[in-house]
Design a protein around this ligand. Sequence first.
Ligand SMILES: Cc1ncc(COP(=O)(O)O)c(C=O)c1O
Length: 391
Amino acid sequence: MIDVAQVRADTQGIGHSTHLLACGSALMPKSVVDAIVSHTQLEAQIGGYEAHARQSDQMDRVYHSMAGHIGASAREIALMENATVAWCHAFYALPLKPGSRILTCEAEYAANYVAFLQRAKRDDLTIEVVPSDDRGELDLAALERAMGDDVGVVAITWVPTNGGLVNPAAEVGRIAKAHGVPYLLDACQAAGQMRIDVQELGCDFLSATGRKYLRGPRGTGFLYVKEAWLDTLEPAMIDHFGAAWVARDRYELRDDARRFETWENSYALRAGHGAAVDYADQIGIDHIHERVNLLAQHARHCLSEVAGVVLQDLGRSPCGIVSFSVEGIEAQSIAGQMAASGFAIGTSVVSSTRLDSERRNLPTLLRIAPHYYNTEDEVNAAVKHLASLIH
Ligand SMILES: Cc1ncc(COP(=O)(O)O)c(C=O)c1O
């Protein structure tokens, strides 16, 4: 059980607004803010390099925290400035032979899809979108049929930016593994919302951000690289941190996932990222998952009773992201009016998940995404206010 009063007391943002956008950038707990501020103060007092040297054990612990949170080893973690950079490091490093196919899903995120398009053009690859089943989840039978010797990578999004969807990521992992195909999983919106176990998922690479359900600061993310790849995977770009310059004509890659990192970083934000992971672990990811789902289901129920609201979620068990549209009123206008009245909710534009949006003929959607620090009363108040804007 989560001590809701305590987590609300730990969250400075409670009381400033009714924040219901954990899938955008969640409210940070105080321990995260304190970690960032105290490292920044140390930098101000003794200098940036000196602060890093003094805090190097704590900085190392962030890798262990992150690894522990997803069932990996610290060697398999690279800390990044966001999920996109993390994902791109894995994707652009993957050796893909000309003529090979990229298998992805209908709900794939824009950042990933434009990278598919670029590599397809540059390296003569084809992109094949595995269709969704009648509930909107990636169709596993269709994925199995699409497999073949010419598949270079399976790259899908676990929890898309809208649609409440949770793709069957572990089942996809089993299929990819059975065919010996590398599996790159975008877990950006899953991290901090549900349990991530890279062994169970069977993924080779996994990327996520810090600022969403993990409640870390903006400008943080991470990449998991399965140990088996660390012998061979050459990053698409390197510097002298990821690869030491050992002779005039030679460099040596680090033997861990940090070969994807570069020399300069925001150590204050990293400290905050580590504090966020520790805070989530202290509360317990299964408790978090349960409460996020409970509040999201409550939001769906309340919204379903408002005339003119159309729920747009997909999948057998929709997650914490509640997507909907309002007949005859633009999403941006509603989100703007909600913000003016102290309710932070979000929108999701067609170009974020173009394939799914076009298939379903969706407009820009609204998103309500409660976190465990929210209450049913806050959801009620937001839906009541939204209803007053419509009618
Ligand atoms: C599914 C998905 N993947 C990746 C990203 C990109 O994350 P970041 O902004 O941290 O790069 C997002 C951001 O909203 C997302 O929703």
